[in-house]
Write a new protein. Sequence first.
Length: 97
Amino acid sequence: LKTDGRPLNARIELLQGPNNNKQVIELYTEDGLDRPFFAILETPGSGNVVRIVNSATVEFPLTCSIGAYKMGSKDSFEEMQPVISGYGSNNGDFRAY
């Protein structure tokens, strides 16, 4: 999440299935260009939704980018591989993220 130098005020929601409580991150920074927000959210299984809400007024727009990652066997940061096309391989079977 970033802005063009204006304040960044956003709400990030992670919904994991219909019967679970959503997890929420409230985010604020004075300058979204100098201090953008980066996060890695683990979303095991299927049926997960990441929702980004701009809590600021319309005069303070934000830019958001979300990408899928494939985790390694050791779950270390160095082994994460970006999935550029939006598809990942799991034993030869392709599925959309």
